[in-house]
Design a protein around this ligand. Sequence first.
Ligand code: ADP
Ligand code: MG
Length: 354
Amino acid sequence: MSKITLANLSHSYLDKQSLDSDWALKNINLDWKDGGAYALLGPSGCGKTTLLNIISGLLNPTKGKILFDGKDITSLSPVERNIAQIFQFPVIYDTMTVYDNLAFPLKNRGMSDGEIDTRVKEIAEMLELTNTLNNRAAGLTADGKQKISLGRGLVRANVNVIMFDEPLTVIDPHLKWILRSKLKELHQKINRTMIYVTHDQTEALTFADQVVVMHEGQIVQTGTPVELFEKPKHTFVGHFIGSPGMNILPCELNDGIAAIDGVKIETGSQIKKSNFTKTEIGIRPEFVSFSKDGIPVKVLKVSNTGRYKIIDTICKSGKIKVLSHSSQNIPTESTYLSFDKKFTYAYGDNWIIE
Ligand code: ADP
Ligand code: MG
């Protein structure tokens, strides 16, 4: 088991870099505690797999270091790092039985047959593969194959870290729920550092204690699911997390006072003089309500999901979504909106003004 530190890590797939976009990873710094459950969350192409491959040693970073328990391991081979990595698409041996597929990583390391048998059966039980242990892997569905792939990653007890790269992509939705909660259960049982990569916020938020949000090769925020929801440090976190995401509106900032359409907005941010090129207000739909005064808006559309209503409104500066209880009466046409000050933040060039 290890604490993992990434220090000033940058990576480019090009030999020469001139543009910001030539970098797949840009100055990544983070600490992952020993035994934690972490998620790496971000859209396709933001650099998640690149980061995992650098941690496991499949890829050498262009700049920076990787440390395990404070020791620089940047030049160690993947085998020496002793990490289990589960890839997005199943990696299994079709001609072997399910049992032999699971046993393979253990046989390779010279474990006794008795120990192997115990471990394989334990993992098979957890993944509901017990009845298929003697079948050939070739005949299994995509779900079944990915379960074996997961099993092969989980079967070794003494790894430093287990990393999952979007492991549920090919899995049927209802089985996703089951496997995800099994992984969480397993984490609580074996207490090993786990890094779970996904582009799906629900997966990240249900699996992890700490979520690292990535955007264009950068880490934009690390926090608990509640922190990411209540106080997005970057506008990207605001609109990527939440359903619907945060409302982000252009605002004027004068003498420390923020205003939208000339209406003063109280925020949780301490705004001093600003020399930003872009200033915005962020407020989640959950914290917007209809009121007698505030920002004048027109109601465009009401969608009732049964549990709550999502109301699309528009003011001069843009659209504002409101989330309200489904029994609440919604004003028609012209009305006003007010924001809960505690959850209203000002952003300068996309970063929160604290
Ligand atoms: P993610 O896993 O978040 O989808 P990746 O780490 O795969 O993102 O990719 C990050 C960026 O690096 C993307 O712009 C992608 O096109 C680029 N990239 C990934 N792998 C390679 C490669 N082998 N050669 C060149 N560019 C790559
Ligand atoms: Mg990827």
